[in-house]
Design a protein around this ligand. Sequence first.
Ligand code: ZN
Length: 205
Amino acid sequence: MRFYLTTAIDYVNNRPHLGTAYEKIAADIIARYHRLIGDEVRFVMGNDEHSQNVFKRAKEQGVDPLTYCNQMEGEFRKAWQRLNISFDDFIRTTEPRHKAAVAAMVQKSFDNGDVYEGVYEGWYCVSCEEFKPEKSLVDGLCPVHRTKPDWIKEKNYFFKLSKYRDALLAHYAAHPTFVAPESRRNEMLRLLEGGLEDISVSRAG
Ligand SMILES: [Zn+2]
């Protein structure tokens, strides 16, 4: 059987730590198990180098972002080597092959009528790198960082996620083991039943 496994990709504005290592060790165990039982395994990890925080950290250190990302790649690879993590490929989001894959995917969505231009406004936490729903704020502050988010209004591209709600529900019903474990499957079903909103898939500037 072919078995594909990926971890989340790490932002490089911090060095690898216990939290990042925990996930890689768990994934490594799964990958090694599947190789042992004879599966054809592809285990992928990588670094996310596109982030305002990465840009900020590079500036603090007085180097250009790519130079900084190159240095951090070394830090991450060193950590994974010391932990003997058996990944098959390591992908950086600044690599041409990654850009090509993203461009192809977005183009396909666009051609399919799933991407449109709209205006997005809301509270944006730079540290979380995401918009925060008004009701999630605590005394007007980001509940994670305890800092005041910025009110941002920008032209964005949106993905028509709402269009896929019924198709996803039908798919999960037809393939009960598609999402595992069951607790996560139920979480997904509740989310879908509550309705999906289109999501912003770009940043201005
Ligand atoms: Zn935050």
